[in-house]
Design a protein around this ligand. Structure first.
Ligand code: SF4
Length: 634
């Protein structure tokens, strides 16, 4: 591809901070690099592969923490606010990579940097304060020990900038909870894989940023026009309207109707009283506002508040989305909406991934029910599904690693190793990470994503099956533009389905790395593919095609596979959890839908082949690695 001499969207500059010796420096990137890698996760992986030795301890100073914007993050277009946090994961031992929206990524861009690489470890707690003109490492002794909101307030006060954007860890990150997260603006998270523990292991409490530089645009008028038209029309699209109206909370209604709402550590698919968590109830009873991310009119994020009664909920921490309603609701048997909203607030305050947290708690309850754990292990606490007081207590104990919380802080896979006594059969993890709240028996495309994902089970590898099941729908017409020509059933395990998945997962990875939001773009979101292309071209000045973008997504996937295999992963780790080889237990699919493992693995092998990988080894062929220009990582 040709290097463009005029470009927009990014600065070609990376800031590196070494916490061991307190130094920092700026590194230049060339245009070819940005156009090839697109930033985000791919940029992070490039540095992780180059600069970390294999098999390092993820919680040692040898790990890098890369906070990388996409090439177009922070441009004033809809749904492009995202950055990726990348490191080696203390939860899985493989790649940690997690995207977050909000305002922090754009604000970092406004300081004139595309990415920040944090190296080493500070002797004492510190935070970073980055502006257009300065980079300071400041003591954080008085902030260490605080939750997200007080930490953010204290930092803003100290730097004298009310509008500073703060990316921080809570107590969970400080205490190295293996699924601690990074949060910005109290409501946007690099949630999965334990990136908060990596930041905590470096004695880094937060990174505060404030910039004043506008992201350069090659065709500013076109970007403005696209943004204006999108803001006026996105609600005409049913997907856009539903995102605004309900965010992802409508998932509770849909999953329960299908008997597929993870309930009581996945023993059931329907929660008694689960209607309390339905999206319409949620809107009526606790929703007070909606919020969104930088320059995005969709405003799909929830804001909830409870001011009366035994439990109050602080609106500054946003509100639970589908994953949290299920993980800290149905999955632990809790059908009290206010309690789940409180659990969400606490999880955000202490800084933990709500999916892994809910799954760790549900495993402990299950083990208690089975008398594998007893009151002796819990310090006298009774554990039972549906007990919301217990839930709120356990969240706090986990963040501080107090009592049984020390065990919960390890996540399901390590918990089962420590507990023993057959507890492993109650875990549902892939590559050491707890599965999200989607039952893959009812959507086998998501299942393929869970299994082949290099960050462990992940529901955001590609848009879900329902967008590709019916001809002549808006979503499927959009999918055609990516090269998908045939609809496939939600339950099938066919070569055609694997082929479609190859395309759609490359597309989703491309959106991740360029700074795009999973929910913004067709076929999952309301912005049409061609408008997205026009927007990328107008921001960057690149004459990109969809094929070039899909190739960049492919490069991102291949880089993560190279990294994970370097760390000792193999085809064996692309494993289907046993739970899904059992029939559904209730609802319309009761007694059916058990996945045949052999059939599933044949389907997975089709995926490898269509990815240009060797199906025997699940690893990209030399030829494919060369085609992507990644020879140096062979
Ligand atoms: S769609 Fe929602 S999550 Fe995505 S950028 Fe817009 S407001 Fe943020």
């Amino acid at each position: 591809m040709a290097a463009d001499t005029h470009h927009g969207g990014y600065w070609n500059r990376i800031l590196r901070v070494n916490l061991s010796d307190g130094s920092h420096l700026v590194e230049e990137l060339d245009d070819d690099f940005m156009r090839t890698y697109l930033g985000g996760r791919s940029l992070g992986l490039f540095y992780l592969l180059k600069e970390t030795a294999p098999h390092i301890d993820p919680l040692s100073p040898d790990n890098l923490l890369v906070l990388a914007n996409g090439a177009i993050t922070g441009a004033p277009g809809p749904a492009i606010p995202r950055f990726t946090a990348v490191a080696k994961s203390p939860l899985t031992g493989g790649l940690a990579a997690s995207e977050a929206g909000g305002f922090w990524g754009p604000e970092l861009k406004f300081t004139g940097y595309d990415a920040l690489i944090v190296e080493g470890k500070s002797e004492k707690p510190v935070y970073l304060w980055i502006t257009d003109t300065s980079v300071e490492i400041k003591p954080a002794d008085s902030i260490w020990g605080k939750g997200a909101k007080p930490a953010q307030e204290a930092i803003r006060e100290e730097v004298g900038e009310k509008r500073a954007r703060v990316l921080s860890i809570g107590q969970a990150g400080e205490n190295l909870v293996r699924y601690a997260n990074l949060g910005n603006d109290l409501g946007h998270f690099n949630g999965r894989n334990g990136l908060g523990a990596v930041m905590g292991s470096k004695n880094l409490k937060a990174v505060a940023v404030k910039g004043s530089k506008k992201v350069p645009l090659v065709e500013p008028d076109t970007v403005k026009k696209i943004a204006k038209e999108f803001a006026q029309t996105f609600k005409d699209n049913p997907i856009g309207n539903s995102l605004f109206e309900y965010g992802t909370t409508i998932g509770v209604n849909a999953m329960m109707a299908g008997g597929a709402l993870p309930t009581n550590n996945w023993d059931r698919g329907i929660l008694e009283g689960g209607e309390n968590l339905f999206c319409n109830k949620y809107n009526e009873e606790i929703l007070i506002d909606r919020k969104g991310c930088f320059a995005c009119p969709i405003r799909c994020k929830r804001v909830v508040e409870v001011t009366e009664g035994d439990i109050t909920v602080d609106s500054d921490y946003g509100g639970p989305e589908y994953e949290t309603l299920a993980a800290l609701g149905s999955n632990v048997g809790v059908n009290d909406l206010v309690a789940v909203a409180k659990a969400n607030e606490l999880s955000n305050h202490f800084g933990m991934d709500s999916i892994s947290l809910g799954m760790a708690i549900s495993l402990a309850i299950k083990c208690y029910e089975e008398e594998i754990l007893t009151a002796k292990d819990t310090g006298g606490m009774e554990l039972s599904f549906g007990d919301s007081d217990m839930l709120l207590k356990l969240i706090e104990m986990t963040a501080y690693r107090q009592g049984i919380g020390d065990l919960l802080a390890e996540g399901q896979a390590l918990m089962a190793k420590k507990i023993g006594k057959g507890s492993e059969k109650y875990t549902i993890t892939i590559k050491g990470q707890e599965v999200p709240m989607h039952d893959i028996r009812t959507k086998t495309g998501v299942g393929l994503g869970y299994v082949v994902s290099d960050i462990g089970a992940d529901h955001l590898v590609a848009p879900h099956d329902s967008f590709f099941t019916v001809e002549d729908t808006w979503s499927f017409d959009e999918a055609r533009k990516l090269g998908i020509t045939k609809v496939v059933d939600a339950f099938e395990l066919s070569e055609q389905k694997a082929k479609n998945f190859v395309i759609i997962s490359r597309y989703a990875r491309m959106l991740d790395i360029i700074g795009g939001c999973f929910f913004g773009f067709a076929p999952r979101g309301p912005m049409p593919v061609n408008t997205m292309l026009d927007m990328i071209r107008a921001i960057t000045g690149w004459d990109v095609t969809i094929d070039e973008l899909l190739e960049a997504g492919d490069r991102g996937i291949v880089l993560s596979r190279i990294y994970n295999f370097r760390e000792g992963f193999s085809k064996e780790d692309d494993r289907l959890p046993d739970k899904y080889t059992e029939n559904m237990v209730e609802g319309p699919f009761e007694g059916t839908l058990a996945i045949d493992a052999d059939e599933f693995y044949r389907y997975r092998d089709y995926y490898y082949r269509h990815m240009g990988w060797n199906a025997e080894t699940a690893y990209p062929t030399d030829k494919h690695i060369s085609e992507l220009g990644l020879e140096e990582f062979k």
